[in-house]
Design a protein around this ligand. Structure first.
Ligand SMILES: Nc1ncnc2c1ncn2[C@@H]1O[C@H](COP(=O)(O)OP(=O)(O)OP(=O)(O)O)[C@@H](O)[C@H]1O
Ligand SMILES: [Mg+2]
Length: 313
């Protein structure tokens, strides 16, 4: 089973207006609400691609009920720990005249110690046993930045391979647990290594990513936005060039990559083939609106169009 963890999930609320006038009344012409958060996105993509996944995390209040209900409607199994606070709602207002989206992201409820304890109790006894555990996204108020290192160790105790996709201190501290895979984008990798790699050629990015492999990570995937992604292991490095696609919304592209990559690995595919799937899913995802991620037919269409280039290190 592939478990995902979203410690700070959200209800994503999308509102379209003809034109957004600040300090005035605006009329909504279309509204939609979705269960959001990075781990949940990963589960949605794995489910779309036919894999088995359970989404874990915290949910609370009426918005928490709605979050879980929306997951049920999408056919995604979840096991959320109930909290006293309200699951946050993020608001995205799209101005149809100029296509610009204004986002307001809430901080999220503070997790109480007892709530974290209840989560840990369940997390240390996952059934069915976890083959992969994906830890993604930001850490909510009330939880220490070392949480991912702790969760990674508990997952590893159960035989799971851990995938860590986060930023800053939670990523830095999480590496101490030697996760099986990390998936920084180029901004996150630059911050982590304290080196500006934005203009660096793939070969150089791969050689820097190699340092994380030396530190005990089996697979380092660095996503490069429209340029695709590269993967580094102790036996090789590969660049996957993303096919050109019309770009609509890039939010969630990284989550689509992670979901498709792990889904492929869990089916016994090689790292290079999993990278191909991941990049195809990322490119499929940027074409959909903010409320949707990769669709399977588009992933299938793009897969053969992703070019895999071995890199020598
Ligand atoms: N403009 C684009 N054109 C084609 N594919 C893209 C584009 N942007 C992203 N992708 C695909 O999505 C993958 C992940 O993108 P990106 O590097 O932006 O991840 P990210 O920054 O972690 O995203 P997020 O965390 O918002 O989900 C890329 O490796 C690529 O396959
Ligand atoms: Mg990301």
């Amino acid at each position: 089973m592939i478990y995902t963890v979203t410690l700070n999930p959200c209800l994503d609320r999308y509102i379209d207006v003809e034109t957004l006038d600040t300090d005035d009344v605006n009329r909504a012409v279309h509204e939609a609400r979705f269960a959001g958060g990075k781990g949940i996105n990963v589960s949605r993509v794995i489910h779309e691609l036919g894999g088995d996944t359970v989404a874990l995390g915290f949910s609370g209040g009426f918005s928490g009920y709605e979050l879980e209900g929306r997951l049920v409607n999408s056919g995604i199994t979840s096991g959320f720990t109930t909290i006293a606070g309200d699951t946050r709602t993020n608001i995205n207002i799209r101005d149809l005249r100029n296509g610009e989206t204004t986002r307001v992201n809430a901080i999220g409820p503070t997790i109480q110690e007892a709530e974290l304890g209840a989560f840990a109790h369940a997390f240390r006894r996952l059934a069915p046993a976890p083959a992969y555990v994906v830890l993604s996204g930001s850490v909510p108020p009330g939880v220490t930045h070392g949480i991912y290192a702790q969760l990674a160790r508990w997952a590893q105790d159960q035989g799971a391979k851990v995938v860590l996709d986060t930023d800053g201190e939670p990523l830095r501290l999480g590496l101490a647990a030697r996760p099986y895979m990390v998936k920084p984008n180029i901004h996150e990798l630059s911050r982590l290594l304290d080196e500006d790699l934005h203009q660096a050629p793939p070969q150089v990015v791969a050689s820097r990513a190699r340092a994380l492999v030396s530190a005990g990570v089996s697979i380092v995937v660095v996503s490069l936005g429209g340029s695709g992604a590269l993967a580094v292991t102790d036996t090789g490095a590969w660049l996957a060039v993303a096919p050109p696609v019309p770009v609509h919304v890039t939010v969630g592209a990284g989550d689509s990559l992670v979901g498709a990559f792990i889904n492929a690995l869990s089916r016994g595919q090689s790292v290079a083939e999993a990278l191909r799937d991941g990049v195809a899913a990322g490119a499929a995802s940027v074409q959909t609106s903010g409320t949707e991620l990769a669709h399977r037919p588009e992933v299938d269409r793009l897969r053969p169009l992703v070019q895999i280039v071995p890199l020598s290190l």
